[in-house]
Write a protein that binds this ligand. Structure first.
Ligand SMILES: Nc1ncnc2c1ncn2[C@@H]1O[C@H](COP(=O)(O)OP(=O)(O)OP(=O)(O)O)[C@@H](O)[C@H]1O
Ligand SMILES: [Mg+2]
Length: 285
C-alpha cells in the first residue's frame, strides 16, 4: 500500500510507521485502487474515531484491516458504504468520489457492494432464502422466482442443505447464520465484498470453515474484498495484505507474509495479543 501524506513522513506524529515511503511503494501497492481512502476524519461528539485515515484496496485484492475493539473498523466500513458521513476526507470507489453522495447515485455505488455484517444481521421476519434473495429482489428488481433460484444456489455454495432455505433465522446456529450472511453477501455477484468480523463468535474450526468459504467465494467471483477483524488467524488466512488501524490511522500496512517482521511495536503487540506494550501503556495513561 502507498500510505497518503498524513500517515507518513513525520516520525513524531502518532505511533511509528517503520516503513519509509519508498519501502511502502516497493511493497507493490495498487496503482489504481478499487477503493481509495484519503485523510478520512470521523468523530462522534468529542470522540475522534478516524483522524486522517488512508487506505488503498486494489482490484481483486483482499485486504484485512486489523485493530482493537473500538478502534473504528466498523465505522470505516460504514463510511465507505455511505451509512456514515465523515467530516473530512475522500473515499473513491472505481475512481468515483462517494463522500457526500446520496439518493440514486449512492444506490448505484452500493450495488457494487456485498456485505457480511458483524452479527450476520439477518432479517428475522424473512426466511433464509428470502434473506439471501433480498438484494436481488429489492435492490435489483429481479423476479421472485429467479431470485429464489439464485438464493438456493448460493446456499449450496456455502455448504448449506436446501431445506435450510425455508428455515427462519432464529432456528440457525451461529455458524449457519454466518454462512447465510455470506450467501447473501455474494448473492448479487458483487464487485466488492465487505466482511465485518466474519469469524467472531464462532469456534476455531467453524471460523476456519468460514474463512475458507470466504477465500473460495471471493476467488470465484473475482471480487475485491475488504474485511475487518481482530481474529489474527482469520486475517492471515483471508488476506493478501493487512493494514493496522490505531489511533484513527493506518499505522502499518503490508503483505500478509510480512506482518511478522513489521518491526512495528504496535503491530507486534497486537498480533501476539500481549497485555504489555505501547498499546497498553496508552490505555493506562
Ligand atoms: N453511531 C455512533 N454514534 C456514536 N458513537 C459511535 C457510533 N458508531 C461508532 N461509535 C463509536 O466509535 C468507536 C469505533 O467504533 P467501531 O464500531 O468502528 O469499532 P470497531 O473497531 O469496529 O470495534 P469492534 O472490534 O469492537 O467491532 C467506538 O468508540 C464507538 O462507540
Ligand atoms: Mg466492529
Amino acid at each position: 500500500m502507498t500510505p497518503g501524506p498524513s500517515n507518513e513522513g513525520d516520525p513524531n506524529e502518532g505511533p511509528p510507521n517503520q516503513a519509509s515511503p519508498a519501502e511502502s511503494a516497493s511493497r507493490g501497492g495498487p496503482q489504481s485502487p478499487k477503493i481509495r481512502i484519503r485523510d478520512l476524519y470521523k468523530s462522534f461528539g468529542t470522540k475522534h474515531v478516524l483522524s486522517g485515515m488512508d487506505l488503498d484496496v486494489g482490484a481483486g485484492e483482499s485486504v484485512v484491516v486489523i485493530g482493537g475493539s473500538g478502534s473504528g473498523k466498523s465505522v470505516t466500513l460504514k463510511c465507505v458504504l455511505g451509512l456514515l458521513q465523515p467530516e473530512e476526507g475522500s473515499i473513491q470507489v472505481d475512481g468515483e468520489e462517494v463522500v457526500g453522495l446520496g439518493g440514486e447515485s449512492l444506490e448505484l455505488v452500493r450495488r457494487k457492494f456485498g456485505m457480511l455484517f458483524q452479527n450476520a444481521a439477518l432479517f428475522d421476519s424473512l426466511t433464509v432464502w428470502q434473506n439471501v434473495a433480498f438484494g436481488l429482489i429489492q435492490g435489483q428488481g429481479m423476479a421472485r422466482r429467479q431470485a429464489r433460484e439464485i438464493a438456493f444456489d448460493r446456499l449450496t455454495a456455502v455448504g448449506l442443505e436446501a431445506e435450510v432455505g425455508n428455515m427462519w433465522p432464529a432456528e440457525l446456529s451461529g455458524g449457519m447464520r454466518k454462512r447465510v450472511g455470506l450467501a447473501r453477501a455474494i448473492a448479487t455477484s458483487p464487485d466488492i465484498i465487505f466482511f465485518d468480523e466474519p469469524t467472531t463468535g464462532l469456534d476455531p474450526i467453524m471460523g476456519d470453515v468460514i474463512d475458507e468459504l470466504i477465500v473460495k467465494c471471493v476467488r470465484e467471483l473475482g471480487a475485491t474484498a475488504l474485511s475487518i477483524t481482530h481474529d489474527m488467524a482469520s486475517a492471515r488466512k483471508i488476506s493478501d495484505r493487512i493494514a493496522m488501524l490505531y489511533d484513527g490511522r493506518i499505522i502499518w500496512a503490508g503483505p500478509t507474509a510480512e506482518i511478522d517482521r513489521s518491526n512495528n511495536p504496535y503491530v507486534d503487540q497486537f498480533i501476539h495479543g500481549r497485555a504489555e506494550g505501547p498499546i497498553a501503556s496508552m490505555v493506562n495513561a
